[in-house]
Design a protein around this ligand. Sequence first.
Ligand SMILES: C[S@@+](CC[C@H](N)C(=O)[O-])C[C@H]1O[C@@H](n2cnc3c(N)ncnc32)[C@H](O)[C@@H]1O
Length: 243
Amino acid sequence: MTDTDASSSVVDFNPSRLGTKEHWDEVYQREIGTFQEIADEGEVWFGEDVLEKMVEWAIENAPPAPIAPFVLDIGTGNGVTLFGLADAGYPPDHLCGVDYSDRSVELARAIAEHREVPEITFKQCDILFNVPTPLEVMDENGWDLILDKGTFDAVSLGQYEQLEEPASRLYPVKVGALLKEGGLLLITSCNFTEQEIRNLFETPASGLHFHSRVKHRSFSFGGQTGTVVSTTAFFKTTASSSS
Ligand SMILES: C[S@@+](CC[C@H](N)C(=O)[O-])C[C@H]1O[C@@H](n2cnc3c(N)ncnc32)[C@H](O)[C@@H]1O
């Protein structure tokens, strides 16, 4: 199922349907139907506990006051992560979610209306090929905080014939370019360990450096202890002294 890239000690996944836009369009089309029927907002990817911990990390490291950060959620899905931040006091007009599935954008916008936070921006954008347009209230220096919950996992499962390098190598560079100097990336994955994520994201081309980790509940099986998901934070600097 997987190949190991010996030069950088990371694992590449073979393409899967989970890495296609068609798959996610179908998922969110279904969720739009359920939301319209019974106001169910859909799946909380990785569960409430992981979402809560990501929000707690954000409050500690990029707090909503006194100067609210501009936050970009890549592969926002039903927008659940941004709704978590809005509930925690982040101003909705500083929050933006992008997704390559226009069904996701439709669902997230409908939920935002229903939750009475229509000021959160949701836009269609394929992060590998387009640059998300900044919010009107932002300066041109980039985002203060970028969130990824399960998106890099999906991107790594995609097949992109038009790319010269694997999407898992391009994605960190794209994300790094969107952050302002000193900005933060918080990424949760179930396909990569923290070390694999670090091998892929901490490169000179991305400008990203390890910042911290979020601890999740661990499980034991066959004498081994591990966690199901990893959440890793990076800060962006192009200054050579920290590389
Ligand atoms: C596992 S889901 C996670 C959704 C959401 N972050 C959450 O926590 O519920 C992965 C998301 O990434 C989106 N996605 C995958 N590849 C993308 C790309 N190249 N650009 C933007 N979004 C992408 C999918 O449409 C899907 O919404």
